[in-house]
Write a protein that binds this ligand. Structure first.
Ligand code: GLY
Length: 382
């Protein structure tokens, strides 16, 4: 049996898996396969590490999983920076969640109640207090929630650092499409590449995000694309400075966020649609993102618009990732996809899970809700 691990997908999760496998010498050779590394949802992400402000009533396991990963993030960021010699741009200023109308204020109250019932506190602020905290917020903001523990990271710096860290520990990167996981006698035998070459492997980590379902029939229907569009804007000379914290807002029931980057930049996101793999950035999506952001931060109108992008969150039926051995899949296939809205956040916990799975150790208890063994009961709706 070849002691080679192939990781399919070089986003944040897959590159982390490859780096961990190489760093911990979990195979003789680690190969990371992706036709376009550091693209897809990881490239388009906002980089929020925000389990509390992303929490939604009824999704307690998503919150707990995210919180377990957030607790690992400072050490994970240090480890990646040390291993790569590059910054990942971790921001520790925290997050403000704000609302502009009465119905959204009720939603905010409900979220606070749920958080308290789950033993997590968040400070309620008046509109005036939110503006004192972030002077760039406009008069339409009626109330807010200060969540200092919800952080952010520069997803693109993270991707570059992870790639450098992976290459430093000997991970081989192959920039070509993979067609499917090959098997023989009920076990993984390798990966068939688009060129026809079969890359022999004893274990294959499937970390191809929304594209994972096509890589083996046992994965069919387990993950679906949930499109999101983002904008990148930059404060110009004379513009109102951007907020120092991540600002999340609910505007007429729609969620929008602005995540600070260095150089006066902000990532504005994100729309959400169930439209398959339609990757166009739409006029309506851009309009909504700009209008909703401008409602809470009027000064944004003066900013330079630098980029609009779309990609696909890997969505699952219960909004939890799929980690480990999938029922019905060949032995040696390690699922590592379905991180939904929380891929960057969950990367730190996933690093420990993949390391444990490849080493044959028990996974961290906090990750059990995401175990692929639950899948017998799960069906994906599209
Ligand atoms: N986590 C942000 C998003 O999915 O848009």
């Amino acid at each position: 049996m070849t002691d080679r691990v192939v990781v399919l997908g070089a986003g944040a999760v897959g590159t982390t898996a490859a780096w961990v496998a190489g760093r911990d010498r979990l195979a003789d050779e680690v190969v990371l396969v992706d036709p376009e590394p550091a693209s897809g949802a990881s490239w388009v992400a906002g980089g929020m590490l925000a389990p509390i402000t992303e929490a939604w009533p009824g999704e307690r396991e998503v919150l707990e999983l995210g919180a377990a990963s957030l607790a690992r993030w400072p050490a994970f960021a240090d480890a990646v920076e040390h291993a790569s010699g590059r910054s990942v741009g971790l921001r520790r200023e925290g997050t403000l969640s704000v609302v502009v109308d009465a119905a959204d204020r009720e939603d905010l109250d409900r979220i606070v109640e749920h958080l308290r019932a789950w033993g997590r506190d968040a400070e309620r602020l008046t509109g005036r207090e939110t503006r004192r905290a972030e002077p760039t917020l406009g008069p339409a903001v009626r109330a807010g929630l200060a969540v200092p523990d919800d952080l952010a990271v520069d997803n693109r710096l993270l991707l570059a650092a992870l790639r450098a860290a992976a290459e430093r520990v000997g991970v081989v990167v192959r920039t070509e499409p993979a067609v499917r996981v090959a098997e023989s006698g009920g076990a993984v035998s390798g990966v068939e590449l688009a060129s026809g070459e079969v890359l022999a492997a004893g274990r294959v980590v499937v970390a191809a995000g929304a594209w994972s379902a096509s890589l083996h029939p046992a994965l069919d229907g387990l993950v679906r694309p949930v499109k999101g569009e983002i904008l990148r804007v930059r404060a110009r000379a004379g513009s109102l400075p951007p907020p120092t914290r991540t600002v999340r807002a609910a505007v007429a029931g729609r969620a929008v966020y602005a995540v600070p980057r260095d150089g006066g930049r902000l990532v504005l996101g994100a729309t959400q649609y169930e439209v398959g793999f339609d990757g166009d950035v739409t006029v309506g999506g851009v309009r909504d993102l700009l209008a909703d952001t401008e409602r809470v931060m009027p000064g944004i109108a003066d900013y330079a618009l630098e980029e609009s992008s779309a990609s696909f969150r890997p969505g699952t039926a219960d909004n939890l990732p799929v980690l480990g051995a999938v029922p019905g899949a060949p032995e040696g296939l390690v699922a590592c996809f379905g991180h939904g809205r929380n891929g960057i956040l969950l990367t730190a916990l996933t690093a420990d899970v993949v390391g444990a799975l490849l080493a044959g150790r028990p996974v961290p208890d906090e990750s059990l809700a995401a175990s692929a063994s639950r899948l017998t009961a799960l069906e994906v709706s599209s």
